[in-house]
Design a protein around this ligand. Sequence first.
Ligand code: HEC
Ligand code: HEC
Length: 272
Amino acid sequence: MNTFKQRILTLAMLAVASAPALSQSPTVPMPVPDEASIPKGPMGDAIKRGKALLTDTHKQLPKNVGNGLNCTSCHLNAGTTAHASPWVGLVGAFPEYRSRSGKVISLQERINDCFQRSMNGKPLAFDSAEMNAIMAYMKWLSTGVPTGTNVAGRGFEKIDTSLTPDPVHGKTIYGAQCASCHGAEGQGTKNPQGGYIFPPVWGKDSFNVGAGMARMYTAAAFVKHNMPLGQGGTLSAQDAVDVAAYFTQQPRPDYAAKAKDWPKGDRPKDAR
Ligand code: HEC
Ligand code: HEC
């Protein structure tokens, strides 16, 4: 990691630490275990391998990743940031009913949903060493969270979905507050050593149209709390909706199987 990125990540962590506690869906506080608690031996090796796969996904799993992202491009700080869809506590939250799937799904299926949509790639076999390593990391992250509870900050901060988007204003915000890192054409900033320093937000190396982040209000909720990186919480809800309306509608890979989403007819209005 270069020093600039290191610095903004530190800033981002400070911003998160000082954010006010939100009270929408929390049931238990979100503990993040200390790295020193990773055991020695095969289990510890699997936990560390899982973390490496999730933070360096594009490079380490080229057969499963079809774009320029890592899992942690969205699940910030290795899945430990509240309101950036943290992975803490998920091992005791799944299996769970998901309206997009129209059925109860396992955590492995949810992980593969992100491989196929957010990463525009291919699922991992449930019994693969890679899936088990990812599960081992998420289990370790869930240490101390009671089964059947949600941690505070699970998912994203709620956003008012009655706000009417103004993508023209969103384009102005994008140019002023996002393009310096994510590029004027949403193409991101490449790392000369491979991958991206700042990930793309549209185009061929971005998430596909079936991804949660392609939904305007989901993207707005993520952006409002987490972007610009290190300055999360500075955009108004309206500005976050406007900028999300702009970048989510830009060209990105298709996802043919999206036609089968929300089989029970409860498709949200911002689904693409
Ligand atoms: C482009 C952003 C993005 C990337 C990259 C991404 N995800 Fe996600 N992920 C999301 C969004 C958005 C959601 C929530 C979607 C929703 O509920 O509408 C989510 C949800 C999840 C959940 C469920 C969280 C919960 O509280 O139920 C898991 C587990 C998950 N992702 C794992 C992964 C893994 C593993 C990877 C890498 C293979 C990954 N994600 C890559 C955006 C992303
Ligand atoms: C200082 C540089 C910087 C600025 C400015 C910035 N971002 Fe980001 N953004 C990042 C980084 C870095 C990540 C990935 C985090 C990681 O890898 O740890 C990210 C992740 C994202 C993601 C999820 C990953 C992806 O590529 O799809 C979205 C969406 C996003 N930013 C949107 C925005 C929007 C909208 C703005 C403007 C309001 C913005 N960002 C401003 C640096 C920045």
